[in-house]
Design a protein around this ligand. Structure first.
Ligand code: ADP
Ligand code: GLC
Length: 537
């Protein structure tokens, strides 16, 4: 790639990545808010993009915890009422860990509530979630369309999951020059579908209430809006991108996704390898590396002690850290674990998670039946998640569908061998032992049933007991695998460049400062205006 900046008509514009502004908009970003992998991705990917030189800022709702944790918060602009009765201020500050510039969308009546971002403390969805995330999209659109006089305006708006689905649409409805949009599907099972009457309440034109608009089985759909109106649609693994186009995994969106197949890209997630690093993890009682696993044995001993499991260093310890839902086959784990515990007298199992109330109580009953062998901790704790990944031998991660899955990558980085179903990102990140000793990192099964799950766990236990060398090779394979964000971030960067019609300099060729004049020249080119004037139809 040439290091020369060129703005001639024929040659592509070559830009220093500093010149490209990207706004990430999401409902949760770690550590300000987290209920699952979405928050991890929206924290780590922007850091990786910044490491490549891009100028990335973040935006999310001003939940109480987010306001509390934001560093140097400063109300910057009053947007007024973005929807009737919803007055919004933008608060600017920085992420407590990465220092990334962050915008909080402050609308106290909508976001300053207890519970999780989506649910009240009793686990019920907030009844006004359509309005809550509609307001997020309207506020982001005003900012992105440069309607509030800020010095920093994005060239690419990167939207995540259904909560931000209306944003690509609102950018198009703006009618004037606009930034490009990327919509990433982290989980198509969550769609944000509401009665059609909600359209008007969200300030959207009536004509969108059709199959060609955002009507979806008689409702309006945030997810459909994102898929239909974003310039590019991505999802979090190549396998899930293919699966999404099928009725089995598309949750009704497969037709639309097939129609947009040329604009649909599957880019596997990475993990934050600083935060998830067994050599330097502050949550662990001992640290370790692939070449010296003594510390991992220490972590297992402390974990067994902490959870009241029998202090048996040779017992295979299987763990799960997960939402307890149908997606994660938590029902199958609950059904099949007693079978495995009966057949394998030293097997131990520890679980940390929360979700479906029936599954939670079933698991607690199981723990009571198997003292010393089963430990269940219902709840949500980052520290315990790290300790389980470090202290375990096996991670049990069966899923009916899994867009990417991060837990299996965390586990592998900590020398814990995953048992996963061959779906989505699990298929893309775990290599089964049938693929040969040198490459394998875990045990992969196909059928979504208890027998296939039990069979895969037993393959794992067989290797653990009888083939210590193969077991060590599996551990090393996982610990040495590259799950960093570097390569995925480069793929996103190429996508942004394609949308802007430019070539971005590689990191070592780019200077250290912004290259604004060349971008401004680029934005004046016809291609930008063409994109900008495309209308929502
Ligand atoms: P999903 O987003 O579908 O839940 P992922 O594997 O992508 O699945 O991400 C889950 C994230 O949430 C991981 O960071 C995992 O460690 C974390 N996690 C899930 N349940 C818990 C819990 N009870 N306590 C702490 N972390 C959890
Ligand atoms: C979703 C998916 C999960 C994915 C995560 C981050 O929550 O269920 O598979 O890893 O988003 O992209």
């Amino acid at each position: 790639m040439s290091a020369n900046v060129s703005t001639s008509v024929d040659a592509p514009t070559v830009l220093d990545p500093h010149a490209v502004h990207v706004l990430f908009v999401a409902s949760e970003i770690y550590p300000l808010a987290k209920t699952g992998g979405l928050a991890d991705v929206c924290a780590a990917l922007p850091q990786a993009l910044c490491a490549q030189g891009l100028d990335v800022q973040l935006m999310m709702p001003a939940y109480p915890d987010a306001l509390y944790q934001l560093v140097a918060p400063r109300p910057v602009v009053d947007l007024g009422e973005v929807l009737p009765g919803a007055r919004v201020r933008l608060i600017h500050g920085h992420m407590p860990d990465s220092g990334l510039p962050t915008w909080l969308v402050d609308c106290p009546s909508l976001y300053r509530r207890p519970g999780t971002p989506y649910r009240d403390p009793d686990g019920r969805d907030w009844p006004d979630n359509a309005r809550r995330y509609g307001v997020l999209c309207h506020a982001a659109a005003r900012m992105a369309l440069n309607r509030c006089g800020l010095a920093w305006v994005p060239h690419v708006v990167h939207c995540h999951d259904w909560h931000t689905g209306l944003l690509p649409l609102l950018l198009q409805l703006g009618g004037g020059p606009r930034p490009s949009s990327v919509f990433t599907i982290h989980n198509a099972a969550f769609q944000g579908n509401y009665p059609l009457a909600t359209l008007a309440k969200l300030g959207l034109p009536e004509h969108l209430a059709s199959a060609e608009g955002i009507e979806f089985f008689g409702q309006m759909s945030f997810l459909k809006a994102g898929i239909r109106y974003a310039d590019k649609v991505t999802t979090v693994s190549p396998t899930y991108a293919r699966e999404l186009c099928t009725p089995e995994f598309g949750f009704g969106m497969e037709g639309l996704l097939n129609a947009r197949r040329d604009d649909l890209h599957g880019i596997i997630n990475g993990i934050d390898d600083q935060l998830w690093n067994p050599q330097a993890d502050p949550y662990l009682p001992f640290r370790y590396r692939a070449t010296e696993l003594g510390g991992k044995r220490g972590c297992k001993r402390v974990l067994q002690d902490m959870l009241g499991l029998d202090p048996d260093p040779m017992a295979p310890l299987a763990v799960s850290v997960s939402r307890l839902t149908q997606q994660k086959m938590a029902d199958i784990v609950l059904q099949q674990l007693p079978v495995l515990l009966q057949r394998h007298s030293r097997l131990q199992f520890a679980l940390h998670g929360n979700g479906d109330r029936e599954i939670e109580s079933g698991l607690m009953a199981m723990a009571a039946q198997w003292p010393g062998r089963v430990a269940v901790r219902i709840g949500y704790s980052e520290a315990l998640a790290h300790r389980l990944h470090a202290g375990a031998d096996l991670l049990l991660h069966p899923s009916r569908f899994e867009p990417c899955g991060l837990a299996q990558m965390y586990a592998m980085r900590y020398g814990t061998v995953p048992v996963v179903r061959r779906v989505g990102g699990l298929a893309d990140s775990v290599v089964d032992t049938s693929q040969g000793a040198g490459r394998a990192t875990g045990f992969v099964f196909d059928a979504a049933n208890g027998a296939a799950f039990v069979d895969a766990v037993e393959r794992g236990l067989g290797t653990f007991y009888a083939q210590p060398d193969s077991w060590s090779a599996l551990q090393r394979g996982g610990m040495h695998a590259d799950f960093s964000w570097r390569t995925p971030a480069q793929a996103y960067m190429q996508l942004y460049a394609q949308l802007l019609g430019v070539v971005l300099m590689e990191r070592d060729q780019a200077g250290s400062g912004p290259n604004l004049p060349s971008l401004i020249r680029h934005l004046a080119r016809p291609r930008w205006r063409e994109t900008a004037s495309r209308q929502a139809s």
